[in-house]
Design a protein. Structure first.
Length: 627
């Protein structure tokens, strides 16, 4: 693990925090880095750049010193204790009292499973009793033995592993029913390569493998004995390490190697969370396994020869949003879509019968849900894509350039889309039309959308005012859409002014700043912010938070829910979202005004929030749950 530690050291910046070269330091990567340092038996106070230590970062960096979210508070207390300091007096603040203030009477921290297990880690690391939140966690166990990120959410390996660690850290016996059932869930979900994924048909990855290894070690078992097809989870994780000491995210992609390496080090040292100074751990040694085939050696099935139906096709060359000129020799008859917006474009052009693979998150139209799944969004399952034998893959920026390049290196024809605006969406619809021989259909769809966009602009141009609007995509902490986002453009087209136009991209806003800004209109995503069924959590937060009662939007009942899948996807339905947003901002200009906000269950399915935000904000859904 020394070369892994050396790589982490290369990621330390002048402020003491950690991030890749050329990137700003951030609490997420810096937290895992400190945990790795402590797990390796070293003192983070001794890790210095120009005299500034890894702990000094947590005393001075604004985004580290003032954690807004419940999970972030739990992490802060855990980190302070790991560094051998007192969370009651760290930097002149009592973070432990602040964390305890987030615990409800039933033991739940915040509103979620993930906020609660981070709360448990914080309490235990500070030597506090965590039996109450542990009891709450046990009640949240799903019928399959696993845990999801919120009560009732589908189980996944990451959250299940984290809860196992939290329960055991809080004093639960390793043979307790809740622990045993959770371990059984993990055994049942080990993947063919010996690793684990975060759910659905996504590929196995380093972060999920690390969490599971730590959970197994916490339960007193040997992770190297957990194998499938002759591949154990320890070997699978270890094989993701590169010659420079860093760890890849998946077998095909690199994502935040500093953070991924910092996750892998404690796991391979057998140290579960919370990691504390002097913590004992078993020695993990992976058994010898046959060398896995190199990712680039995947055999590419040959696409069937063109049929008589495609004989009239004339080869075309299109330039995708990466700026790559892609020549399409034959009419695509087998198409794989790697993003929900792409899928909606393909079906909108009448190509549903040619789509032979979609992501786990492609939930519209209904027919798309029955298509074979080829992985997640940022963790595309390369093997499934290749096995589908596509003659066209419609990818997206969020799939990562590495995945797109790798698919091309395997001989597949790939076009990558990045519809980051209304104009970009219309352009990409035309691009897909040209690439698939449906140019006429594309022009008809674009013309219809343009007419609706123009109708909204004409109405809002006569408005006497442009109200200040915020688009809130999450809370605990509060995330908003700033400038250079799809939603910022939508607010402008709908006749409003983004209340946080000075914020770049999607960012966290403090409670104090939100109250001071006092937006006239608040737009929130439906469901859990990702189109999942259940209560409209973000709406309920803004309506129930006592500190918001004086806000104009609350007093005037101007908090509106927009379907997450509409407002976050660059596809044909963006005009539906635009019309809803415009009606919310200017109800006097649109017949009937906006539909009243309710907390009725949303339609099932995981929306494209992970595509548009998450992946712009380093996978926000994963950040919420397990960092």
């Amino acid at each position: 693990m020394q070369n892994g530690l050396d790589y982490i050291r290369s990621c330390q910046h002048d402020d003491g925090g950690f991030a890749e070269a050329g990137r700003s330091t951030n609490p997420g990567t810096s937290w895992f880095a400190v945990m790795a340092i402590v797990a390796a038996g070293e003192d983070p106070h001794d890790w210095k750049v120009n005299g500034t230590s890894a702990i000094d970062y947590w005393k001075s960096a604004e985004d580290a010193v003032n954690p807004e979210g419940t999970a972030e508070l739990g992490k802060m207390v855990t980190l302070i204790a790991a560094a051998g300091e007192d969370p009651r007096t760290f930097g002149g603040r009592d973070y432990l009292v602040e964390l305890k203030g987030r615990m409800k009477s039933d033991g739940q921290f915040g509103d979620f499973v993930y906020t609660t297990y981070w709360g448990v880690f914080g309490l235990v690391s500070a030597g506090e009793d965590a039996s109450k939140p542990a009891a709450w966690l046990k009640i949240q166990q799903n019928d399959d033995g696993g845990y999801g990120w919120m009560p009732g959410a589908e189980s996944d390996s990451d959250d299940t592993a984290a809860v196992i660690m939290a329960l055991i850290a809080a004093g639960e016996r390793i043979d307790a029913p809740a622990v045993s059932r959770a371990l059984d869930y993990l055994r049942a979900h080990q993947m063919d390569d010996g690793g684990f994924n975060y759910g659905g048909s996504s590929s196995s990855n380093a972060a999920s493998a690390a969490w599971v290894i730590q959970a197994i070690a916490a339960a007193g078992e040997d992770p190297s004995a957990w194998s499938k097809n002759g591949r154990d989870v320890v070997s699978t994780l270890a094989d993701l390490q590169q010659p420079d000491g860093s760890f890849r995210w998946t077998a095909y992609t690199t994502d935040n190697p500093c953070g991924m390496t910092a996750r892998a080090v404690p796991a391979l040292l057998g140290k579960p969370y919370p990691v504390l100074p002097g913590q004992k751990a078993p020695h993990l040694s992976a058994p010898e396994t046959p060398a896995a085939a190199a990712p680039g050696t995947t055999t590419v099935p040959q696409t069937a020869a063109p049929t008589a139906a495609t004989a009239e096709w004339q080869p075309v060359t299109v330039t995708d949003d990466y700026g790559v000129a892609v020549r399409i020799e034959a009419m695509p008859m087998r198409i794989v879509s790697l993003a929900p917006a792409n899928t909606e474009i393909l079906f909108g052009l009448g190509l549903g019968d040619r789509v032979i693979g979609v992501t786990d998150y492609c939930n519209y139209p209904e027919e798309a849900t029955a298509k074979p799944k080829v992985g997640g969004y940022s963790t595309v399952n390369i093997e499934r894509v290749v096995t589908a034998k596509p003659d066209l893959v419609v990818a997206a920026f969020g799939n990562t350039e590495e995945v797109v390049d790798h698919l091309r290196s395997l001989g597949l024809t790939v076009i990558a889309l990045n519809p980051d605006s209304a104009g970009g969406t219309l352009r990409d619809i035309r691009l897909v039309g040209t690439a698939t021989g449906t140019g006429a259909e594309a022009e008809r769809l674009v013309a219809s959308m343009e007419a609706r966009i123009d109708a909204v602009k004409e109405k809002t141009q006569i408005a006497a005012e442009t109200p200040t609007v915020v688009h809130a995509v999450w809370y605990d902490p509060i995330w908003v859409s700033g400038r250079d986002t799809f939603q910022n453009e939508m607010i402008a087209l709908a006749g409003g002014t983004n209340a946080f136009s000075d914020v770049e991209g999607w960012q966290i806003i403090t409670m104090e700043r939100f109250i001071t800004t006092d937006p006239e209109v608040i737009i929130v995503n439906s469901g859990t912010g990702m189109g999942e069924g259940g209560t409209d959590l973000i709406y309920r937060y803004f309506m129930d938070e006592s500190r918001f009662k004086s806000l104009n939007a609350i007093k005037n009942n101007r908090v509106y829910i927009v379907d997450s899948d509409l407002i976050d996807r660059g596809g044909p339905r963006l005009v539906d979202a635009l019309e809803e947003v415009a009606a919310a901002i200017h109800p006097d200009l649109f017949e009937g005004g906006p539909a009243p906000a309710t907390t009725a269950p949303q339609s099932p399915g995981f929306g494209a929030f992970a595509a548009s935000i998450a992946l712009a904000a380093a996978g926000l859904i994963l950040l919420r749950r397990v960092g």
